[in-house]
Design a protein around this ligand. Structure first.
Ligand SMILES: [Zn+2]
Ligand SMILES: [Zn+2]
Length: 400
């Protein structure tokens, strides 16, 4: 077997050989954005490309029509390393989250790694994970996969996401939703208010109480509560008999998050009691927070470094304040996982915007995707050519 550095050079060359095609895929997805759970054309394009390069493709993975798993096996048994693709777009802003680049980089990294699999033991998988933005029946598909045990026999999972800076190993917030449906009694708002039960007043009280919880929040747990009143009556001269609040509750500490979700629910119950209304509270876990795997983060980070970009020091990233939530968090709770961010635009460019979508197909955006594909492929080599690395990641996972 050639040494690790030589194999890494080969996978970089393999990405270069596909450069045009990977840019073409990025642009095609940008021009044909599909919403979550409806990414039929994207899934077809990506699986077709992988099949062309000899991958064994399973479409409709775990009953999700636009999910897939594409596998390329090496010489013999060894670690199974997955690189994750996302390809859902957003309403109104197309690929405003840049998932077209996630898809192209994953396909590029997988194909590049496949070119050296003849010299390695183990398996490389490109896993198509639809509806990351949470829409339709496959919403948060990585969580569905986690619940069905898909990640349990994967030894490492890696991916990238477009951003305004280079970094590896950032944390993410776990998120639950809490929906409060208040039921009261309508009555004439002037003539017979005493015969009514004002569901909106209960909702407002619950909203206020929920906001007050923040003051007592643990400051190290990055608690975020955001909400709306989505229904609040039909006409001002009728006491509303129905009002609905919807909250997102997030934290970087999954156990603490659960505790706070219970407290938010308590606000609803207390408000209902005070107003004499009834309330139905629906609590739903969306995504777990990320479990950081330091050995894997360091491998991935070193490869970005070797490619000449300057990612934020990973020791800083893993301590940084997590800003958002992702279904990749649930992958990281099941198996060693590391995510990276590639810089496609200048800081200040808003995520989920038309500007961000456009940045994904600029020269800078496409070049960042190519660099990312190389870093991912090199990390696959690190894990397969030196199984010690996979072992170290597993040990870290088991002990944290
Ligand atoms: Zn995204
Ligand atoms: Zn997004």
């Amino acid at each position: 077997m050639r040494d690790v550095e030589e194999l890494k050079r080969l996978v970089q060359e393999a990405v270069e050989e596909q450069r045009e095609r990977l840019c073409e895929i990025s642009r095609w997805l940008y021009e044909h954005p599909e919403l979550g759970s409806e990414e039929y054309q994207a899934a077809e394009l990506l699986t077709g490309e992988l099949e062309k390069h000899g991958f064994a493709v399973e479409r409709g993975l775990l009953g999700m029509p636009t999910a897939f798993s594409a596998s390329y096996k090496g010489r013999g048994d060894g670690p199974r390393v997955a690189v994750l693709a996302e390809y859902d777009a957003l309403p109104g802003v197309g690929h405003g989250c840049g998932h077209n680049l996630i898809a192209a980089s994953a396909v590029g990294a997988g194909i590049a790694a496949s070119k050296v699999m003849g010299e390695l033991d183990g398996e490389v998988l490109v896993v198509g994970t639809p509806a990351e933005e949470g829409r339709g029946p496959s919403a948060g598909s990585k969580v569905i996969m986690a619940e069905k045990g898909f990640w349990d026999d994967i030894d490492a999972a890696i991916m990238l996401h477009p951003s305004v800076r280079w970094s590896v190993g950032n944390r993410s917030l776990g998120i639950w939703t809490v929906k409060m449906e208040f039921k009261g009694q309508t009555s004439h708002a002037a003539a017979s208010p005493h015969e009514g039960i004002n569901a909106l007043n209960a909702a407002v009280l619950a909203f206020t109480a929920t906001h007050m919880l923040r003051q007592e929040a643990r400051r190290d747990a990055n608690l975020v509560i955001h909400g709306i009143i989505s229904e609040g009556g039909l006409a001002s001269n009728i006491i509303p008999d129905r009002a609905v609040c919807e909250f997102g509750v997030r934290s970087s500490d999954d156990a603490y998050l659960k505790e706070m979700v219970e407290k938010v629910a308590r606000c609803a119950e207390g408000a209902a009691l005070a107003m004499g209304a009834k309330v139905k509270v629906t609590k739903k876990k969306l995504y777990s927070g990320k479990k950081i795997n330091e050995p894997l983060v360091e491998l991935l980070w070193n490869n970005y470094k070797a490619l000449g970009v300057e990612p934020v020091d990973w020791r800083e990233s893993i301590k940084g304040m997590p800003m958002a939530s992702t279904d990749f968090g649930d992958v990281s709770q099941r198996t060693p996982a590391a995510g990276s961010y590639i810089k496609i635009a200048d800081p200040g460019t808003p995520g989920h915007s038309r500007e961000f979508a456009d940045a994904s197909v600029t020269l800078e955006g496409l070049e960042a995707m190519i660099i990312g594909a190389k870093a991912l492929a090199m990390t696959i080599v690190d894990l397969l050519a030196n199984p010690e690395n996979a072992k170290r990641a597993r040990e870290y996972f088991n002990s944290h």
